[in-house]
Design a protein around this ligand. Structure first.
Ligand SMILES: C[S@@+](CC[C@H](N)C(=O)[O-])C[C@H]1O[C@@H](n2cnc3c(N)ncnc32)[C@H](O)[C@@H]1O
Length: 380
């Protein structure tokens, strides 16, 4: 039997997530700027967790009820058969998103959900799971809006941006899911070159390599929330996981990642190794102006600093101007992208953008600017 599944993402990423969910053969109805609803079973959530590159969490609905206040919610949830879902000797974490007028602190709602679960299990099993903030075991998520309370199994557990490859994040790394959205916003799907000057810890290049190689981002993780509910069968998960592709397959696109900092390249290389794509990326330490741009076209993506600290902006203006010059002079036949949180600096690029996509880096509203560089504009 299928149930509603809520898939969440960072603000702005919704349209890319919707495409991904549909491409996996599921319906996808937007619910908010940062979530959509689909339908399926626990096995379907495994597939979504395995393959979605831009999703934050995959939440499988298990119950819906009306509850005016916390006592009513407790009574409703005390009657739910938690013993069929959770291991009595396990561990459960309760999370929530609450907009009910009787609740001032969502932690109180979490506490009442936890009380209902453990009281019910103590009564029916004679034992009860431990509970706390860790997301390594079962996670139950409450969405309570007005009188309507919906209970979900958070089948992801830890958020899906934690792919497990970025052991060395350096400063200001892009979230893996955001980097994947930037790649998916471009036409690049493994044909032509992918060039990422100023690559930092390598997130954009690594996500591009995972896409080109058809590597499921979830295959890099060992633990998911769905593994901790009673109906989970390891054999189903194993059957779903694809064989890792050969790192030596022919017709590989060129993926080039450079940074002026040797430390950044060391980190990027080790992150790429963890992701199983080190052999697919050509790394180099250089000023971005020296980054090689292969003939034949492709995509070039910049994520320069954007001066979060006061006074930094002025110092960054020549860099943005030089990015514009680089695109104009070296990137004919390419689609150029600049991801930045500073519109004033973006103007210094000095090129007319063909698309401006609003995306959020944590809470900062950013733009992914697209520049179409025609083949004739390349310097000889
Ligand atoms: C905002 S970070 C990029 C973060 C990256 N997207 C990630 O996920 O880790 C900007 C990077 O630009 C690099 N950088 C700054 N000036 C540079 C220059 N002139 N040439 C090349 N790289 C430069 C910095 O070393 C830093 O790693």
């Amino acid at each position: 039997m299928t149930s509603p599944i809520l898939v969440t993402c960072a603000r702005g990423i919704g349209p890319f997530l919707q495409e991904e969910v549909k491409a996996l053969g599921f319906p996808a109805v937007p619910v908010s700027e940062s979530s959509l609803e689909t339908r399926g079973t626990l096995a379907d959530t495994m597939k979504l967790n395995l393959w979605l590159r831009t999703a934050h969490r995959v939440l499988l609905q298990i119950h819906q009820c009306a509850a005016a206040d916390a006592d009513a919610l407790y009574a409703e949830l005390r009657a739910f058969p938690w013993e069929d879902l959770l291991h009595a000797d396990g561990y459960v974490c309760i999370t929530s998103s609450v907009a009910n007028p009787s609740i001032r602190d969502p932690r109180f709602a979490n506490l009442r959900v936890k009380d209902a679960i453990v009281d019910r299990m103590q009564e029916t099993c004679g034992r009860r799971p431990d509970s706390g903030p860790e997301r390594q075991d079962a996670v139950i998520h409450l969405v309570w809006q007005g009188r309507i309370a919906k209970l979900y199994v958070d089948t992801s557990g830890d958020a899906l941006n934690r792919r497990n490859y970025r052991k060395n994040p350096l400063q200001a790394p892009m979230m893996e899911t955001l980097a994947a959205a930037c790649v998916l916003a471009s036409p690049w799907r493994g044909r032509g070159a992918f060039v990422n000057p100023m690559c930092g810890s390598g997130t954009l290049a690594i996500e591009a390599a995972l896409i080109a190689a058809g590597i499921a981002p979830g295959s890099l993780r060992r633990n998911f929330g769905f593994m901790h509910v009673k109906s989970y069968r390891e054999a189903d998960w194993k059957a779903l996981r694809p064989m890792p592709p050969s790192p030596h397959s022919p017709n590989l696109p060129r993926i080039i990642a450079t940074d002026i900092s040797a430390k950044a390249i060391e980190a990027a290389r080790s992150n790429a190794r963890n992701a199983g794509v080190e052999n697919r990326i050509e790394f180099g330490v250089c000023d971005f102006r020296e980054t090689p741009v292969p003939p034949g076209g492709g995509v070039v993506v910049f994520n320069p600093e954007y001066g979060e600290r006061l006074g930094n902006e002025k110092a960054l203006e020549p860099t943005y101007k030089a990015i514009g010059d680089f695109l104009k002079q070296k990137c004919g036949g390419y689609n150029g992208y600049v991801f930045t949180g500073h519109l004033g600096l973006a103007k210094k690029i000095g090129l007319r953008s063909s698309r401006r996509i609003i995306l959020y880096n944590a809470r900062i509203e950013c733009r992914l600017l697209e520049f179409e560089m025609y083949a004739g504009s390349r310097d000889p």
